[in-house]
Design a protein around this ligand. Structure first.
Ligand code: SF4
Ligand code: SF4
Ligand code: FES
Length: 276
């Protein structure tokens, strides 16, 4: 049976204001926690009652935008996607994501992650640039081919995997699980022809070879992306490519134009609800 009682919890929050604090420190705030309260709701309550300058990032409140990654009771999680009750503790300790600099309080500096992401060209790379910029049709892809990268495309760039990765903690060169996972997402897409371009970066010190496949990144991922798996598949692709065993195909072509047959079974659009 779910616990429906109001209870009191103590938020231990990592506070840091650059230019004012010499280093981050903990502060405590006690609040009432009704059933269903999320850690993000609790932060708003703390801000409203005690700490108006408390800073963090959030936007969607529904696990979609990826803004609210934080270290919550020792584990990187989304604050909006974590109910206080599931922590099974009267103490909620919240700090900024590790392995990043701190901008203020609970706001990590995600710039290095997005820079590594940008470097690895997380978009379709095509030879038919004119077609890509001014499309005349759709690229051909089967449902089976979609399955090859679909799981990796669920990434919301929250940075939780980066915060959990032990290699990130010790090797500033390493691109990290999010950028590498996303590079593999595009390398696995049959509409993409950018493997050779990305390979130049992936073969160096920023590539997947520093990953020792402990899998912490995948364990904390709130979207089930499994970046550790993507990175191991990327290593396999690179080795096969080196041995000239990787199957190379031209990037998917445009689907054939419909040959003059009209679809008769498409329902008419509903009437407009707003006019003028
Ligand atoms: S792989 Fe998962 S944990 Fe990492 S950034 Fe994407 S959604 Fe977040
Ligand atoms: S599997 Fe690789 S990327 Fe993931 S946490 Fe471990 S070392 Fe980091
Ligand atoms: S606020 Fe958007 S993922 Fe939490």
């Amino acid at each position: 049976m779910p616990d429906t009682r109001m209870k009191q919890v103590v938020f231990h929050l990592r506070r840091y204001e650059p230019g004012k604090d010499r280093e981050p420190h903990w502060e405590q705030y006690k609040i009432d926690s009704p059933p269903g309260m999320t850690v993000l709701d609790g932060l708003w309550k703390v801000k409203e009652l005690f700490a108006p300058t408390l800073a963090w990032r959030s936007s969607c409140r529904m696990g979609i935008c990826g803004s609210c990654g934080m270290l919550i009771n020792g584990r990187p999680r989304l604050a909006c996607n974590t109910q206080i009750s599931e922590l099974q503790s009267d103490v909620v300790a919240v700090g900024p994501l590790p392995n990043f600099g701190i901008i203020k309080d609970l706001v990590p500096d995600l710039h290095p992650m997005f820079e590594a992401h940008r470097e690895l060209m997380p978009y379709l790379i095509r030879e038919d640039l004119q077609e890509q910029d001014s499309p005349t049709g759709e690229y051909w892809q089967t449902p089976h081919e979609l399955e090859r990268y679909l799981q990796f495309s669920y990434c919301i760039k929250c940075g939780c995997c980066m915060a959990a990765c032990p290699t990130m903690a010790t090797d500033p060169q390493y691109s990290g699980p999010m950028p590498l996972g996303q590079a593999h997402r595009y390398n696995s897409d049959t509409r993409d022809g950018g493997f050779a371009k990305r390979r130049e970066l992936l073969e160096g010190g920023r590539g997947p070879w520093r990953c020792h496949f402990a899998g912490e990144c995948s364990q904390v991922c709130p979207k089930g992306v499994d970046p550790a798996k993507a990175i191991q598949m990327m290593k396999q692709d690179l080795v096969f490519d080196l041995l000239k065993l990787r199957v190379r195909k031209p990037a998917a072509r445009l689907v054939d134009k419909p040959c003059g047959k009209r679809r008769e079974d498409i329902p008419a659009a509903p009437p407009r609800t707003v006019t003028g």
